[in-house]
Design a protein around this ligand. Structure first.
Ligand SMILES: [Zn+2]
Length: 191
């Protein structure tokens, strides 16, 4: 039942996100859905990405019932947010959630990241700002799922960034470009 290629891809891109500076320590979470089985592969809660092994990935069905959990890890606290996004967006197969510093600073201030360079075209230039709700709550999950319907990126107030894509590579690239556009927007505003 477990698709080992999906597991390996998930670990590879979660670790790459950290190398790109999008998340540090134990924050951030990543998932891929296998649309052929309906199973969602998600990173575990409170775990250093560098230490991730194949058996640390948690596999859940779309209702949040854990189906595979070899090392008895807890799924990410934001599992419900990922599941609701997959329900809201049938064309999305991967989700990247980070606390990347420049984009999150815009989210803290509630300021729109302007599409100041061409990288912004890759994520569609626009994004939604989701009001603050506590991490891991149903309220946060529901508001993100509603906001992500017509955009590929959400800023979560006082929290971070969520980006979606048809593949994990695509979702991570969007999250990476959001951070670099936010950084350039910030620097150019201060000149
Ligand atoms: Zn978070």
């Amino acid at each position: 039942m477990t698709n080992i290629n999906i597991v390996k891809e998930l670990i590879k891109y979660a670790q790459r996100a950290e190398q790109e500076g999008l998340c540090k320590h134990k924050s951030g979470n990543f998932s891929i859905i296998d649309r052929s089985t309906g199973l969602v592969y998600i990173t575990p809660s409170g775990f250093y990405r560098a230490d991730l092994k194949v058996d640390d990935i948690v596999i859940s069905d779309i209702k949040g019932h854990v189906r595979e959990n070899v090392n008895f890890r807890k799924p990410s606290i934001e599992l419900s947010m990922h599941l609701k996004v997959y329900e809201a967006r049938p064309n999305v197969n991967a989700i990247v959630h980070t606390h990347s510093p420049y984009a999150t600073a815009f989210a803290v201030k509630g300021i729109t990241i302007e599409p100041v360079t061409s990288e912004a075209y890759f994520y569609g230039k626009n994004m939604e700002l989701v009001p603050y709700y506590e991490h891991g709550t149903e309220e946060l999950a529901e508001h993100v799922a509603r906001s992500i319907k017509y955009v590929d990126v959400c800023l979560l107030k006082n929290h971070g960034v969520l980006a979606v894509g048809d593949t994990m590579e695509n979702a991570l690239l969007k999250a990476t470009y959001v951070e670099s556009v936010a950084m350039i927007d910030y620097i150019s505003r201060t000149l």
